[in-house]
Design a protein around this ligand. Structure first.
Ligand SMILES: [Zn+2]
Length: 239
């Protein structure tokens, strides 16, 4: 699914029209909302129309349509304004971009270790699980300094679309052990690049450069089973 927020990550408010509606949910012609996925939480925000507004309580993809779940069963139609909560989105972009920096360093310094899970939370923390059966947790903990150096260097973050087969044949581009992001309808996959540091397939929303994130802290490292290390990070400035 090609998402508007991929191409316009800075546009959080959009005038658009209702394409489909059922009690408690609507589909929009175009939407700035991120539906969630890849460990990033779905956006929250509001839908405004002439004479009313509703909270977006969730997003649901079904049969290729992106449904905005509303806290009203009112009949919503015609022109509306879709507004993503900017504070929430910023927290997700900061966590997501910083988690790529962590991921890049783990991949480079721990023999191409892959990600087995990732989840960001609205309190400004995120956890990443890595397939690291033999890693020294103290060595993992020392990545905090290098991560913050890379954040401070304010490195550009960009994206390109490459054919799926090319991505599959390029080692390191698909970083998740279990799931790759789904290809777009044209058979391409989105690659997010932190210039000179990292390239990997990802369908989330990121900062324009790493410096948009405050420094991060490595809060905790847990062994999860025989293979997995869970690294919990947090934004140093609370959202
Ligand atoms: Zn990403």
């Amino acid at each position: 699914m090609h998402l508007y927020c991929h191409d316009h990550p800075e546009t959080l408010s959009l005038e658009t029209t209702v394409d489909d509606a059922q009690p408690g949910r609507i589909v929009l012609a175009e939407t700035p909302f991120y539906p969630g996925g890849g460990g990033q939480m779905a956006d929250r925000g509001i839908i405004r129309w002439h004479g009313g507004e509703a909270k977006v309580t969730g997003l649901e993809v079904s049969a290729g349509k992106l449904w905005h779940l509303l806290d009203t069963r009112a009949d919503v139609s015609g022109t509306v304004e879709a507004v993503v909560d900017p504070h929430f989105r910023r927290t997700m972009r900061q966590l997501h971009t910083s988690s790529h920096v962590l991921n890049a360093l783990v991949f480079q310094q721990f023999d191409g270790a892959l990600v087995t899970g990732v989840q960001m939370a609205e309190d400004g923390t995120a956890r990443m699980d890595f397939d690291l059966p033999a890693a020294d947790n103290e060595r993992l903990r020392t990545l905090e300094g290098p991560i913050n150096d890379l954040i401070r260097q304010d490195i550009a973050v960009s994206f390109v679309y490459v054919p799926m087969h090319e991505a599959q044949n390029t080692p390191g581009l698909i970083r998740s052990r279990s799931v790759a992001p789904p290809p777009a309808p044209d058979g391409t996959i989105r690659i997010v690049e932190i210039t000179g540091l990292d390239r990997q397939a990802c369908g989330g929303t990121h900062l324009a450069s790493t410096g948009g994130s405050p420094p991060i802290r490595i809060l905790k490292i847990d062994n999860k089973g025989r293979h997995n290390r869970r690294v919990r990070i947090g934004l140093a400035e609370k959202p």
